[in-house]
Design a protein around this ligand. Structure first.
Ligand SMILES: [Zn+2]
Length: 78
């Protein structure tokens, strides 16, 4: 059985910033079991692991990482 887990680095989008190698967070998307989890590696993060999401929640979940988690806990507005 093939494990089709895809790992996407979140927060790495460079918008006018120099490329960095620091991993700030990792978004896990499991295409087999249809679930996702976000691990935040930023120092001092009060909520380093977001709740899992699946199915129709995935899109909102991924969008929520940027608009909710990063904005609320790290003051990053994208
Ligand atoms: Zn965080």
């Amino acid at each position: 059985m093939t494990d089709a887990t895809t790992t996407v680095a979140a927060g790495g989008e460079t918008s006018g910033r120099p490329a960095r190698t620091t991993v700030e967070g990792v978004l896990f998307v499991d295409l087999v079991k249809i679930r996702a989890r976000y691990d935040c590696f930023r120092p001092g993060c009060p909520q380093p692991v977001e709740s899992p999401a699946r199915g129709d929640d995935l899109e909102d979940f991924i969008g929520g990482i940027k608009t909710d988690h990063l904005a609320r806990f790290h003051g990053e507005h994208r």
